[in-house]
Design a protein around this ligand. Sequence first.
Ligand SMILES: NC(=O)c1ccc[n+]([C@@H]2O[C@H](COP(=O)([O-])OP(=O)(O)OC[C@H]3O[C@@H](n4cnc5c(N)ncnc54)[C@H](OP(=O)(O)O)[C@@H]3O)[C@@H](O)[C@H]2O)c1
Length: 245
Amino acid sequence: MNVVFLGATKGMGRALARLMAARGDALFLLGRDAEDLEKTSADLGADGMRPLGHYACDLSDASSFPQALDRAFEAFGGHVDVVVVTAGLFDTQDALESDAALLRRVLDVDFTGTVMFCEEARKRLMERGGGTLCVFSSVAGERGRKPVVLYGAAKAGLSHYLEGLDHRYRAKGLKVVTVKPGFVKTGLTAGLKPPPFAGEPEEVAELVLKGIDRGTPEVYAPRAWGAVMTVIRNLPRFVMRRVSF
Ligand SMILES: NC(=O)c1ccc[n+]([C@@H]2O[C@H](COP(=O)([O-])OP(=O)(O)OC[C@H]3O[C@@H](n4cnc5c(N)ncnc54)[C@H](OP(=O)(O)O)[C@@H]3O)[C@@H](O)[C@H]2O)c1
């Protein structure tokens, strides 16, 4: 597959990119730091196929999206099968409640920036008859919950958008794969106490790659989080007000 990848420098994105490169998928990397992208390319090349190239793209700067995606699509002569977005920001509810600038940054990157990027990617995929758009949202967007009111709101909006996009365009050739990770041990969650069912980036990457290959519209990872969220979605409000999760 020819894959354009935003977010391969760290965490789950890194694990997924490694898996793809190892099986021979051709990657073009997008990200906000050229040095990190170069280092990631070299690392991926050591285990599998070295990415075709990389280009600067910052989710907090929508003006960078068209040029970055044009460069990536040109590198494949227009033949892109998959666009992956694992890039995203997180902070705790306490930090976001007490720092308005940080809150704006997280909302901008996780919702507005990601949606704007997906719109540019969608147009380019559709011009060529379709493809797969795989985007990392979160289980935090499934239900309004005390520890993730603000981050969860951005991810809820993102999940809603991605679901609508899949409904609107699947019959025309665009498959949207929304990944909903539960707690996964990466730099993003460093310092937080892992809950039961916490996962590792590598197991998430395996599940997501299967989801991309099959065009699964919604991937919970690790898998147990699908069942956990079914329970949480059905808890009555008076219970949600009492519990701390
Ligand atoms: N870990 C979890 O428990 C968990 C749970 C639910 C959902 N998620 C979601 O899953 C995705 C991946 O999470 P992760 O844990 O793998 O995170 P991570 O290890 O912190 O990696 C985040 C990635 O996003 C990139 N990024 C951040 N801000 C960016 C920006 N403004 N423009 C472009 N790239 C940017 C980072 O690039 P740099 O190298 O430049 O920093 C990095 O590659 C995120 O969307 C996150 O919200 C994570």
